[in-house]
Every structure is written in structure tokens, then in C-alpha cells.
Design a protein around this ligand. Structure first.
Ligand code: PLP
Length: 457
């Protein structure tokens, strides 16, 4: 007889993965290489290492090594908040009256409130190993900045955060959490960098964007004379690699009970949580061992996969980072100030972009008010107050479960619940007061942003 499945499948500490899985190793057609805008050739390790920590630059460029050891000090840190539970959403299933089985991997059980800590601690570790004084970064909604300040304080590193201005103003408590962990937080665009001053001149009164804050953080690291490096919380291959701890734990938990998912769902901003969740499953799919439906969910206000172009683009507004071939809305695209700050990036992970282009995963976009309705429904029945970003995945999971109700199919749905929404109460307030809108860019607006792509290599 099948084992009864508990509400929460917890792994023990010694089941924390010892290696990350690099899905690129199993891709026959690899993601296109990052291009150095100065040479228009694939970027070298040396050039990458000017901006990023050397070991992270190596991970970024490595598309052949399938498994990469997780250093022991990281495993010790992971033990503070991992393994994360895989939860069976029995209560939601019952409320929906669906034959579907719904599971979610909950990554909100740490002070930063999201999965971002999984990569923050790895990046801080490699920076420390290299003997750096500190790191610079950008943060949108604030989760990444919070995670990075926690990681930096643990390893005794300096942390300079450029925080997108709209979030800096809307989320003063996030800022204070970062400062509590010792970070220095500057609203972006700022007058402390040349690129910030230029953007302020061209767009006076702008509330900022991730692309712009990235440019400022990269410039600040470059100006440090080599004692700081820039680190990034999403989009990059290295981040996706670190986040595979989510997917490996999920798979281990499912395997214990002999559960095989039919559909795997995640929200997609830069693609790191989704990439991390799906990697081991995608690996099986690529090797022809199993098949899964994989769905990326993005906001209708920033639809990189569903309405973007697959093309080489700048990764930041200031055009100082390497260029990446990805689904993108253009580096000049500044999405409406929606309440899912973590999903406002103009591009998408090159790995996910390539997998999507090969038809190995699907993508859909959802509107903000529908996302918050799903968030509220979920909070009331499953207890967890989700981050608005995570609620994109909840919305798609509920939609899929309702299709199962119509067809009578008992599908197994797994989605990533990336974080909690305690710092998003301004957004929830707007929703509760009926004041939330659904801004969807017009084709004309997207076409305008598409005119700014760089020359293609
Ligand atoms: C940053 C963030 C996201 C989106 O980033 P990805 O790199 O696409 O995973 C999603 N959910 C939460 C809670 C976040 O903080």
C-alpha cells in the first residue's frame, strides 16, 4: 500500500544536497554565450572576473560540468533554514474540490523571506574566499538585498545595496532590515554614480528600475579599485545553479513517496527560482528519462517570455554588463510600478530562454489583480501569506487544478512558493481597498523598447 502522504515532507539535515546541478551540461544546444560589448566576442574568464568574483565567474561560464560541490561552510549555513518543507496543499485541494494533488516547495522560512538567501550565501562565501572587502548589488523589492546583507554579515563582508527608488520609499522596513544586518542602502537612481546622474537627467522623477540599479552597483564595484565585486541575485547562470538546491530537495522529497509530478510551475522574474526548481526534472527530460510539463508564470506588466524577443540584449540600462541572448523587452523598458518588484526585470535567464525557445517549457502571463485574488485565497486556506511574486505561481497552480476539476484528471502539480509577503502590505492594502489596477503594456510601447537592441554579434 502506498505510504500516506503527510502535510509536510521534511528531509533531515543530512539530506541537504551536497552538490548543485548544472542543467546546461545536459543541454545539447546550449544557451548562447555572454558577449563582451567591447570586443563583440564571447566574454573571457578574465573579463568576467573584473566584475564578478573569480569562482562565480567560472561557474557562470561552465556549461559542461554537471555537478558542482557545495562547500562545507555553505552546508552549515544552509542547516540554519534548510531543508525547506515540501507541503501538500490538502486544504486548498479540498476548497477547490479538485482531483489534482498540489504540492508547494516553501522557501519563505528565513528572515529574508525568500529563496534568494540560497544564492546570497554562496556568493558571499566566494567573495570572502577571494579576500575581498565587500560586494555591491542592486535590489528591487528588497528580498535580494536583505538576503545578501544577511549573508555578508555572516561572513564579515561589506555590503553596498542600490535599492530601486520606488521600493526604497514603499518598503522602509526592508531597508531597515538590511541596515540591521550592516548593509549600506542607497536609493537608485542616485547621484553617487555617473550612470545614476545620467539616468536622473534623462528621466527626472523616475522611480527607478532594476536595470538602472544594476548599472549603479556595477559602477560602484568598478570604482573600488578591486576590493569589491558586483553580485547579482537572479538571471545569471551561477544564481540558477545555486538555486538548484530547491529542485534537488523537492525531487528527493517526492521520490521518498514515489510521487511523479505532471506539472511544475514557478514564477519567473529573472528565472532563478524557476530554473532552480525545475533543473533536476529538466535534466531527466533532456536525457529522455521522464517528461514533465513546466510552466513559467510572469506578470502581464513585464512579459519577457510571452511577448519579448529572443535576441542579444544589454542586461542593464547603463549597458556596462556583458550582453546576453535572452527573451527580453529591451533594456530601456521600464515596467509600470507593479507590486511584484521581484518580477520587473526586462530579460530572462539565458538557460530558461533557450529551454523555452526549444519548446521544453511553457510560459504564460497573469494580471496583477487576479494574482492578488489567488494570494488572498491561498493565505486564507493554507495559512501562509505569500509574496506577490510567489502568488503568480499560485494563480497558475489553481488554474491548472481547476482544469483538472473539469476533466476529472488527477494530475500532480508542484509549484514554487518562493517567499512571504509581510513587506508587501502596501500592495495588499491597495488590493483590499479595491484600488489595484492591471497595467498591460501596449504593442506600441513594446515596439518602442524593441528599437534599442544592441548590434547583434
Ligand atoms: C526575487 C524573487 C522572485 C523572482 O526572481 P527569480 O530569479 O525569477 O526567481 C520571486 N519570488 C520572490 C519571493 C523573490 O524574492
Amino acid at each position: 500500500m502506498a505510504k500516506e502522504i503527510p502535510y509536510k515532507i521534511y528531509l533531515s539535515e543530512n539530506e541537504i544536497p551536497r552538490q548543485w546541478y548544472n542543467v546546461r551540461a545536459d543541454m545539447k544546444k546550449k544557451p548562447a554565450p555572454l558577449i563582451d560589448p567591447r570586443t563583440m566576442k564571447p566574454i573571457t574568464l578574465e573579463a568576467m572576473s573584473e566584475v564578478f568574483c573569480e569562482e562565480l565567474a567560472r561557474q557562470e561560464l561552465d556549461d559542461t560540468t554537471p555537478y558542482i560541490d557545495i562547500p562545507e561552510p555553505l552546508i552549515d549555513f544552509y542547516k540554519m533554514y534548510r531543508p525547506a518543507p515540501l507541503v501538500r496543499a490538502y486544504c486548498l485541494e479540498k476548497q477547490l474540490d479538485t482531483p489534482a494533488h498540489i504540492y508547494y516547495k516553501f522557501e519563505g522560512n528565513n528572515t529574508s523571506g525568500s529563496h534568494k538567501l540560497n544564492s546570497a550565501i554562496a556568493q558571499a562565501y566566494y567573495a570572502k574566499q577571494q579576500g575581498l572587502a565587500g560586494v555591491t548589488t542592486e535590489t528591487g523589492a528588497g528580498q535580494w538585498g536583505t538576503a545578501l546583507s544577511m549573508a555578508c554579515s555572516y561572513f564579515g563582508l561589506d555590503c553596498k545595496v542600490f535599492m530601486v527608488k520606488v521600493s526604497y520609499e514603499q518598503k522602509p522596513f526592508r531597508r531597515e532590515v538590511m541596515r540591521t544586518y550592516g548593509a549600506n542602502v542607497t536609493p537608485s537612481p542616485s547621484t553617487t554614480t555617473a550612470v545614476g546622474r545620467k539616468i536622473l537627467e534623462e528621466h527626472p522623477g523616475t522611480t527607478g528600475s532594476l536595470g538602472c540599479a544594476i548599472s549603479e552597483a556595477v559602477e560602484a564595484a568598478g570604482a573600488s579599485g578591486g576590493s569589491y565585486r558586483y553580485v547579482l541575485g537572479s538571471v545569471l547562470n551561477q544564481v540558477l545553479l545555486h538555486q538548484t538546491i530547491i529542485g534537488i530537495e523537492t525531487k528527493t522529497a517526492l521520490d521518498k513517496y514515489g510521487i511523479k509530478p505532471d506539472i511544475i510551475i514557478g514564477c519567473a522574474g529573472g528565472g532563478s527560482n524557476l530554473g532552480g526548481l525545475i533543473s533536476p526534472f529538466m535534466g531527466e527530460k533532456l536525457r529522455g528519462e521522464a517528461d514533465y510539463r513546466i510552466i513559467a508564470v510572469e506578470p502581464a506588466s513585464c512579459p519577457s517570455l510571452t511577448r519579448g524577443r529572443y535576441i542579444y540584449d544589454y542586461c542593464d540600462t547603463g549597458r556596462i554588463c556583458p550582453m546576453a541572448k535572452m527573451y527580453t523587452l529591451g533594456s530601456g523598458f521600464i515596467p509600470s510600478s507593479s507590486h511584484s518588484g521581484g518580477l520587473r526585470y526586462h530579460g530572462m535567464s539565458t538557460v530558461l530562454s533557450e529551454l523555452y525557445d526549444q519548446g521544453l517549457m511553457e510560459a504564460r502571463s497573469v494580471e496583477q489583480t487576479a494574482v492578488f485574488a489567488a494570494a488572498q485565497q491561498f493565505a486564507r486556506i493554507e495559512g501562509i501569506l505569500p509574496a506577490p511574486e510567489s502568488a503568480h505561481a499560485i494563480k497558475a497552480a489553481i488554474d491548472e487544478a481547476m482544469i483538472c476539476k473539469q476533466t476529472g484528471e488527477q494530475k500532480t502539480i508542484v509549484f514554487g512558493l518562493t517567499g512571504t509577503g509581510y513587506f508587501d502590505m502596501v500592495a495588499y492594502q491597495k488590493f483590499n481597498d479595491g484600488l489595484m489596477g492591471d497595467y498591460i503594456p501596449t504593442d506600441a510601447e513594446l515596439d518602442a523598447a524593441f528599437t534599442n537592441f544592441p548590434p547583434q554579434p
